[in-house]
Design a protein around this ligand. Structure first.
Ligand code: GYE
Length: 304
């Protein structure tokens, strides 16, 4: 019997760590790069096996996926929460089942005892960087329209707050219209069309919470007969390839980097959690801002 249990213990030790990951969706270039980074990092690690689920930007789908991970008895659950609120119940269920939870990308407003850590970007800081760039580029004077991200999501709330922290110091920088474009190109285009219809050439600048919506808006501006990047200055966030292409064409002025390549960090954290390591509640990701004049030079080094 002792021999057998020894054998089982060895087999168990070699068992893979099963990671259940619930992704927000596939709403943007950023998200696609993020998903790829996570899948590749796991594929390159012999210790981890991934169960991946796409929630199509719906919180109920994420809750369902997390409950199914709990029912399957995965070793670690990870997810990028589409919105900030409404997670406490399902996080308590994971805790009761003894399954640790690692948040990626977006934060939740639940008690921090319900998760191990959050690995992600500082969205308030990104909003501040966008605001500071625009204030300087417009000499402190502009009528701004704002395309917000998904309503209730951490990046939409925090990027808006950070941007406003900066522009409030400039009495002639005004947000004249603001609406959500749900982080997608098609919605960004649609909402920009409605801004143009209402305000026309009164618009001096656009602050878009992500590059995809800015790219949609660029189309709307061109169809309206104005020059994006010139008649309307544009700053957005993410730093995806599409943004660099738009900058090279002179149609986008600035992008604030938000690094989606979290996969390798996530893999290290997941293994650490299983090995009993301690983590701080927040692990930041490094990032930069890029302006039009650097775009060509930097483009070839971009990995997303
Ligand atoms: O900026 C946007 C994506 O949560 C940081 O989600 C992420 C955001 C990113 O849809 O493009």
């Amino acid at each position: 019997f002792l021999m057998f249990s020894g054998l089982f213990a060895t087999v168990a030790a070699q068992d893979k760590i099963v990671l259940g990951f619930s992704q927000v969706g596939a709403e943007s270039e950023w998200r696609t790069a993020n998903t790829e980074s996570i899948k590749n990092a796991v594929a390159n690690d012999p210790r981890i096996e991934l169960k991946f689920s796409d929630a199509q930007q719906k919180q109920q789908n994420q809750i369902k996926a997390i409950r199914s991970f709990i029912a399957q008895g995965v070793d670690v659950i990870s997810f990028s929460p589409v919105v900030q609120t409404g997670w406490t119940t399902v996080l308590e269920e994971a805790k009761a089942a003894g399954i640790p939870v690692v948040l990626t990308d977006r934060k939740v407003d639940s008690d921090e005892s319900l998760y191990v850590t959050l690995v992600g970007s500082d969205f308030v800081e990104e909003g501040r960087k966008a605001g500071a760039w625009l204030a300087q580029a417009m000499n402190g004077q502009a009528n701004i329209v704002e395309l917000q991200g998904t309503v209730g999501s951490a990046p939409a709330i925090d990027r808006k707050a950070g941007f406003e922290q900066i522009i409030q110091h400039f009495p002639n920088l005004k947000i004249i219209r603001t609406q959500s474009g749900d982080f997608t190109r098609s919605k960004g285009k649609e909402v920009m069309e409605s801004f143009l219809k209402a305000e026309g050439e009164n618009i001096d600048a656009l602050f878009s919470h992500n590059d995809d919506m800015a790219i949609g808006a660029i189309q709307a501006i061109e169809e309206y007969g104005l020059k994006p990047g010139e008649d309307i200055k544009i700053v957005s966030i993410d730093g995806v390839r599409g943004a660099f292409e738009a900058m090279i064409q002179g149609k986008l002025n600035c992008t604030v980097e938000c690094n989606p390549l979290l996969g390798p960090q996530l893999v290290e954290i997941v293994k650490g959690v299983v090995d009993g390591k301690e983590f701080p509640k927040y692990i930041p990701v490094k990032e930069n801002i890029y302006v039009q004049s650097q775009a060509k030079e930097v483009f070839s080094e971009r990995k997303y």
